[in-house]
Design a protein around this ligand. Structure first.
Ligand SMILES: [Zn+2]
Length: 394
């Protein structure tokens, strides 16, 4: 496994060079991210264990270390749910073209979207454990991909922890590129997901690689974040644990140990500490600065699912001081917070990104009706009977 990795440095490279003389296959101890991943790794027959012999530990010049830009891996994911539970399918293709396929039977109540997130997270953590650093992720779930890219906000309490977990996972890669493709071409991963959701186990697992999972992957990924000194979230967390007496908790909710703020309209945003806040502010600004200033930096951060008390002011300050994006439109933003279930979302996606809905029926409906709509600036209008513009509201 290690010998196939293109990025080697320092000590590891020296070991490998020496080991190559001995014709030994060695593996690194794997940093495991929860039981779910352990279960999965058991499925890879090519992973063999061996120990390093003391004799080969010597010194070699640093020159050995070479850094090669790794070609991206490809990951297909798909999830589906039935009344019988859910299924998730993942296909991972390494830069050399070697394919691994995994299928999961999700033995807990879940929706289609939860199953899609399960597939995304299981797939990405497996790719991570296999050594991937750059991944192209391909799926047919418009909702999951749009929520992760920040074009859809999250409203469901069941999905909020999934987005948080997926985001943390994405941050552990050098690069994750997401691509949305219509369901039809995602057939391989789709078939695996269907397989997983249709099976029900009476006793043991049958002799095909379908892993049965009884708990959501986000439960295994819960991690306690260290609070900063004077952390603004401290009093809120204390209140949730019953230690203090702030009464104004109605806007906050604790999901899997993570604090979220509920915005008007039900949008859930994760409460981030000031260190992360500074990073996110910079990151999202850099990523969106050169884009059409249809949406303000503040709204972009909100859609990405972040919240901290000074977010609005700080985002406005950054934009006011930036020569490139200081011209935020003064008109109201039509898609202030874009929700997947907002009826205007498919029209906006079509006009702004040229994207059609995944579902063929919805795509057909959109194509049929889209002529009646147009955009002016950031606002969606419907043509009235006499051609007069009617502003579209949520
Ligand atoms: Zn800017």
């Amino acid at each position: 496994y290690l010998l196939t990795r293109p990025v080697l440095s320092g000590r590891l490279a020296r070991w490998l060079l020496q080991l190559s003389e001995f014709d030994i296959v060695c593996t690194t101890p794997k940093a495991i991210r929860g039981q779910a991943v352990i279960d999965m790794l058991a499925l890879f027959p090519e992973v063999e264990e061996s120990t390093l012999s003391k004799e080969v530990l010597g010194e070699l010049p640093e020159v050995v270390a070479t850094v090669v830009e790794e070609a991206p891996w490809t990951l297909y994911f798909d999830g589906s749910s039935t009344t019988n539970g859910g299924g998730a399918g993942v296909v991972i293709i390494n830069p050399e073209g070697k394919t691994s396929a995994l299928s999961f039977k999700l033995d807990f109540p879940c929706t289609n979207n939860v199953a899609e997130y399960e597939a995304f997270i299981m797939g990405l953590s497996t790719a991570r454990e296999m050594g991937a650093e750059r991944v192209k992720v391909i799926g047919d779930s418009n909702l999951v991909l749009s929520q992760l890219q920040g074009s859809f906000a999250v409203k469901e309490a069941t999905l909020a922890p999934y987005r948080t977990a997926a985001e943390r996972l994405i941050n552990s890669f050098k690069q994750v590129v997401m691509e949305h493709i219509p369901g039809v071409t995602n057939r391989y991963a789709d078939a695996l997901a269907t397989l997983g959701s249709k099976l029900s186990y009476v006793q043991e697992q049958p002799n095909i690689t379908v892993v049965r999972r009884e708990t959501p992957v986000v439960e295994a990924m819960v991690q306690e974040e260290l609070l900063e000194e004077d952390d603004w979230r401290k009093p809120l967390r204390k209140e949730f644990s019953g230690e203090s007496s702030i009464k104004d908790l109605k806007d906050y909710v604790l999901i899997f140990g993570e604090l979220y703020r509920r915005l008007p309209g039900g949008v859930l945003t994760r409460c981030v500490g000031m260190v992360e806040a500074r990073r996110r502010l910079q990151e999202v600004h850099e990523a969106t600065c050169s884009l059409e200033p249809v949406t303000s930096l503040y709204r972009r951060l909100q859609r990405k699912g972040y919240y901290w008390p000074e977010m609005r002011k700080q985002a406005a300050d950054v934009q006011a001081n930036c020569p490139k994006c200081s011209t935020v439109p003064t008109t109201e933003e039509a898609f202030t917070v874009s929700l997947a279930e907002d009826w205007r979302a498919p029209y906006l996606a079509f006009f702004v990104e040229g994207a059609l809905p995944t579902n063929s029926k919805l795509a057909y409906k959109l194509k049929k009706t889209v002529k009646r709509y147009f955009m002016d600036g950031a606002t969606l209008y419907r043509k009235g009977f006499n051609g007069e513009p009617l502003r579209c509201l949520e």
